[in-house]
Design a binder for this molecule. Structure first.
Ligand code: PLP
Length: 428
């Protein structure tokens, strides 16, 4: 493939934007090479500035569950735009999307809209702290909850109690309130709770982890977390920024039949515009300003364009009763196809999948937590990524990302993808 114009644009961007990108993973650092500049997208396909076309498995990192430039969403945004893009006053459409979201998601009575998943998670944690009057939070190694200070904490050694920051600029003071647990290890969470009695406000988790590749919760793990939270007066926060409206109408809460106390949304809920949200029962949400003492605000929160895109997206997902089954079937087809090829070629791998989230780990062992996720062979992944790209298949440029299957993908696209994997596998 020819990348002349992408390369030129990247060189130009690097002069004025740090690393040439506005979000680090786009820079291809984990896989090498030069990022591709996309000009436009339609349905399942991306078209770059050199007119190369790709089958897209990134889908803007999750939002485009129905494919790119989905007509009802585009139409809704275009119509709204003509009437003004932001007023900083309440608008009717905010209530409409709130009502719809609440009707689709179990266990929530009220929802507050923000502009990103990061904002949703950081606000949810502030609310949990305000509501419980406690300071500490538990997060899981390898789970991503956006880039706010409290979440940029990496594991220390063994039985971690206090995390240390893994980005300069995050203070020790902040880091000491974030306790780090191993994903899928209820024993580790129990230990942490036991050594921080009555100090933990909340446990925040990706109910299906998607930011260390796709890692499903082990059977019973989320239930056990729920029980531990109840027994210790700790709020359970499901970060459903990735899983919300993707795994089911009601997200992971519905899929696993587990109640979270606070739920965070992003990605799909904005239909491709910058939207996040957090939601809970009335009791908890009443702690938020202006009803309650916990402050949270946003100049562009709930702006009409974002709400129009989100509402059109949710309406579509709500009325299409077969959508989640269809997505799962497509993903299963992809899974089986790729597994067959890699098995035939004797390439060590583990494929994890839940609903329309799937990832291929080049590792023999089960991938159940951050540690096992990091054991994958990154050199193999790099070759795999570039090989697929060359065959017109665009997966995320990092072994620690989930592939997203959109409904715009046809079985022909999936077949093409499996054939591409076969071709590439012979070079690994
Ligand atoms: C993407 C993501 C976030 C952050 O959302 P942004 O909109 O990028 O700020 C938070 N949590 C999870 C689980 C995510 O996948």
């Amino acid at each position: 493939m020819n990348y002349t114009r992408s390369s030129a644009l990247f060189t130009q961007a690097e002069q004025v934007i740090p690393g040439g990108v506005n979000s680090p993973v786009r820079a291809f650092k984990a896989v090498g090479g030069t990022p591709i500049f996309i000009k436009e997208a339609k349905g399942a396909y991306l078209i770059d500035e050199d007119h190369n076309q790709y089958i897209d498995y990134i889908n803007s990192w999750g939002p485009m569950i129905l494919g790119h430039a989905f007509k009802p969403v585009v139409d809704a945004v275009v119509e709204k735009t003509k009437k003004g893009t932001s007023f900083g006053t309440p608008t009717e459409i905010e209530t409409q999307i709130a009502e719809l979201a609440i009707s689709m998601v179990p266990h929530i009575d009220m929802i507050r809209f923000v502009n990103s998943g990061t904002e949703a998670c950081m606000s949810a944690v502030r609310l949990a702290r305000g509501f419980t009057g406690k300071d500490k939070i538990v997060k899981f190694a390898g789970c991503y909850h956006g880039h706010s200070d409290s979440f940029l904490i990496q594991a220390g050694s063994g039985a971690v109690t206090f995390g240390s920051p893994n980005s300069p600029g995050v203070t020790q003071g902040t880091a000491k309130d974030t306790l780090l647990a191993r994903y899928n290890s209820i024993e580790h969470v129990e230990q942490i709770i036991a050594s921080n009695k009555n100090e933990i406000a909340c446990i925040i988790i990706e109910p299906v982890a998607g930011n260390m590749g796709c890692i499903p919760p082990l059977k019973g793990f989320l239930n056990q977390l729920r029980d531990l939270c109840d027994a210790n007066n700790i709020l359970l926060i499901f970060d459903e920024v990735m899983t919300g409206f993707r795994l089911a109408k009601g997200g992971a809460q519905e899929l696993y039949n587990i109640k979270a106390d606070i739920v965070c949304f992003g990605k799909v809920i904005g239909g491709g515009l910058p939207v996040g949200a957090f939601a809970a029962n009335k009791d908890i949400m009443s702690y938020l300003a202006p009803l309650g003492p916990v402050y949270q605000a946003g100049t562009l929160s709930g702006n009409p364009l974002a709400m129009a895109a989100g509402l059109a997206m949710l309406q579509e997902l709500n009325k299409d009763t077969k959508i989640y089954k269809r997505l799962e079937e497509k993903t299963e087809f992809l899974h089986n196809g790729i597994a067959k090829v890699l098995n035939e070629m004797n390439i060590m791998h583990t494929i994890n999948r839940v609903g329309s989230m799937i990832s291929v780990h080049f590792s023999e062992d089960d991938v159940v937590d951050f540690e096992s996720a990091t054991k994958g062979n990154n050199e193999t992944f790099k070759k795999f990524f570039h090989g697929l790209l060359n065959e017109g298949v665009y997966i995320a440029p990092s072994a620690f990302e989930t592939w997203f299957v959109s409904d715009a993908l046809t079985y022909q696209d999936l077949d093409h993808t499996i054939k591409a994997v076969k071709k590439v596998a012979s070079t690994l």
